[in-house]
Design a protein around this ligand. Structure first.
Ligand code: APR
Length: 247
């Protein structure tokens, strides 16, 4: 691991622009469950029941109970050393740093990361299906059939579900960051969900030069074939070690 860490640190030190792509694994050590368990279920639910527009249409109460549980869980947890190491990395790089996250838990921001693009939305926000208002409700309890305070319309979580497009502005900023970076650090994602995972080949195709891709994960993934170096271990251990090695 030492030589791999040294190589990764060299590339990070030399990079003009750095982009980070994170997934559920970066929050695992905080106690937020990842998605792809071996039984194919998501905390006992089929993914299409709780994370698709069709599932919400069929049973909004089930979906809200599921999200209320996730909201309550996130309220109990705190950022881990992996999140904090990414804050430190951003501090060193100033504005030449973009953190793109698939996570909806808000733990990067809670740790102090500033330039964060949440491409899959946020557990804290609701969207009204009547008037379209997007509101930050933080992690307050919302009940099983929450209604819009403005128009009494039906609220849904402001989260990107399977079969839905990503928010245009956030996604195009993420593509720019990937395209322009010299190093892409890919942390704790299985890299099977698109278009998020396509940021990796986008970085490799690079605006100026192909980015160096550094993967941090417990295991190899769909991202590994693009990785110039793999740092295999828990991100809460690996990322602090990596940042410690920077000049
Ligand atoms: N440190 C590093 N990596 C870890 C750790 C850890 N402590 N724990 C787990 N991992 C890795 C796993 O090996 C796996 O590769 O994190 C990854 C988690 O993968 P997924 O559960 O598939 O999560 P993610 O890639 O974020 O899923 C993408 O899918 O369900 C949708 O919209 C949801 O944003 C989510 C998207």
């Amino acid at each position: 691991l030492h030589t791999a860490l040294d190589q990764a640190a060299l590339w990070l030190n030399a990079a003009e622009r750095v982009c980070v792509l994170t997934g559920a694994g970066v929050s695992a050590e905080s106690g937020v469950p990842t998605f792809r368990a071996s039984d194919g279920l998501w905390e006992g639910h089929r993914i299409e029941d709780v994370a698709s527009p069709g599932g919400f249409e069929r049973n909004p109460t089930l979906v809200w109970n599921f999200y209320n549980e996730r909201r309550a869980n996130v309220k109990k947890v705190a950022p881990n050393p992996g999140h904090h190491a990414l804050v430190e990395l951003e501090k060193r790089r100033g504005d030449r740093f973009t953190l793109v996250t698939q996570n909806v838990d808000g733990l990067h921001q809670a740790a102090g990361s500033r330039n964060v693009l949440e491409i899959h939305g946020s557990l804290r926000r609701t969207r009204c299906l009547g008037c379209g208002t997007v509101a930050n409700r933080e992690l307050e309890p919302l009940g099983a059939e929450p209604r819009c305070p403005q128009c009494r319309g039906q609220l849904r979580p402001d989260i990107v579900w399977f079969g839905e497009g990503l928010p245009d502005d956030v996604w195009s900023a993420a593509m720019d960051a990937a395209h322009e970076c010299h190093v892409l650090l890919v942390v704790g994602t299985s890299a099977v969900v698109h278009p998020a995972a396509s940021l990796i080949p986008i970085a490799k195709r690079g605006a100026v030069i192909p980015a160096k891709v550094i993967e941090v994960n417990l295991t190899s993934t769909e991202a590994s074939r693009y990785a110039d170096v793999g740092l295999y271990g828990p991100s809460g251990v690996v990322l602090p070690k990596l940042v410690q090695r920077l000049g």
